[in-house]
Write a new protein. Sequence first.
Length: 386
Amino acid sequence: MENISRIKERCVGCKSCEQSCPKHCISMVENKEGFWYPVVDEKSCIGCKRCLKTCSAEKTDLHRNEPQHVWAWRNKNDTDIMRSASGGAADSAAKAILQMGGVVYGAAYDYQLVVSHIEVRNDAEREKIQSSKYVQSDLKDSYSKVKRRLSEGKTVLFTGTPCQIAGLYAFLGGDQPNLYTVDLICHGVPSPKFFKKYLEYKNKQAGDRVIYFNFRSKDKRGWGTQYLLKIETETETKTKNLFIDPYGKHFMDGDCYREICYQCPFANTSRVGDLTVGDFWGIAKSHPEFNSPKGVSSVFVNTEKGQQLFEKMESFAEVKQATLEDGMVKQHNLVRPSDRPITRDVFYVGIDEPEFVDRIKVGLQLKARLKTMLPSKLIQTIKKKL
């Protein structure tokens, strides 16, 4: 019987099929690498093909738009911008929707540092979805919750990777009144199992439990010079360059992503979200007067709704108009998917073994180590001269 089983490795793990099946005969199950894929109880399947009709892999052309405007964005609130990965644009969008009485969905850590999409209803909860989480977020039943909130007349903002936004539109059958979306410029996603194994490794290293984790801390070095991990246990706080960390190094190398990430149909300028948000890496050259060690976001306005949302959130920031070319500097995932390294073939071999993370090689990474030792202002000066 034809159903979601035929999608195979094109699956992005959004769980739309599981939530849409009228017979509840689809379960999302971890494969050996720790990525979710659908498993169908063929005896219960009635062949309605609802799972295929709501699959983002089957609906890659749904709600696609070219950017109409591009902006550089700096959140005016010091606390919010320092908690954000770059300029705090996605956070400003969330703040605007909450002030309208709406709800927001985004990726957050739970008590055990498992990343999943949660519903945010106030500013205290908004803090949970600030900054980047470089692991695939578990969407759980968030699409069903969005549908229910929309039917109640609520305004909803959904933030996530492009494939997660595409899955939402497929699940809902297209765009809906009062729905706004923000897609994030995405390299690819490692598996939750890899991140879990890594946290176990860090717990063992520290002899304590990790209680706070931030992939993009600005506390010591600001934004733009390097990525700094910040890890807190109950007894100490440590920071580390992402490139010399076993998880961070392989996330940046891209040899631990979900297979579909290397063929991502959303890695181009035909965007699925009303707004697209990312780091404005080219700002130091295109608009040096607007550059800031606190962070600058690029905001791509892709739809009329996106323009409406931009206008609602604009009061929270300083903005500067830019070109599409300006915003695409060092953002190769707006041009093509991440390359698949040959090491991807063997990366997840032995992931269930206790010493898996201990065996992951990082190498000398002399450039990254040198950046850690040099003052950030000196690095920025050298970059400007180069």
